[in-house]
Design a protein. Structure first.
Length: 159
């Protein structure tokens, strides 16, 4: 596959990851393109596999920067969600909108770990290397995030 084709595929993949992080398709596409542009400006790309970790890290940094900028511009709006009927954990049927709601309930650091770990199918070690944090931090953030998401999906209060 030609490098140009690989970059187009990587743009689509990064856009998907960014969409899960920022919940805005246009912004996700912009951030993914920005990440690719920044990495390509600094490195010579012969093999996309070699720069993929840099692309992910750059994307995460751009998402965080955008989030901080928006937080500085406006006050966060409180969200109110209705509680669902109590069900057993095995009985929870999740739709995409329920999963998005649960993912949106997470702090950005936890959401980044969940998206990279479970949606982008990275190992804890790969996530740790990408985010430059200890593996234990990745595991604890993932654990807390899953607990929060379960509570949201069950209709309980967020943790």
């Amino acid at each position: 596959m030609a490098l140009e084709d690989e970059l187009v595929d990587e743009l689509a993949r990064l856009s998907g990851v960014a969409l899960l992080l920022c919940r805005d398709r246009a912004l996700a596409e912009d951030l993914a393109a920005e990440a690719i542009m920044r990495v390509l400006r600094r490195t010579r790309v012969a093999d996309i596999e070699r720069v993929r970790p840099y692309l992910r890290r750059t994307l995460v940094n751009l998402v965080i920067r955008d989030r901080r900028r928006k937080a500085a511009e406006s006050v966060a709006t409180a969200r109110s969600w209705s509680k669902a009927v109590d069900v057993e954990p095995g009985d929870v049927a999740t739709t995409r909108s329920e999963l998005r709601r649960a993912l949106d309930s997470l702090p950005l650091e936890q959401r980044v770990v969940v998206v990279l770990r479970y949606f982008d199918d990275m190992t804890a070690a790969q996530v740790a290397k990408t985010l430059r944090i200890p593996v234990g931090t990745v595991e604890s953030r993932a654990s807390r995030a899953i607990a929060t998401m379960r509570a949201v999906l069950r209709g309980g209060d967020e943790q």
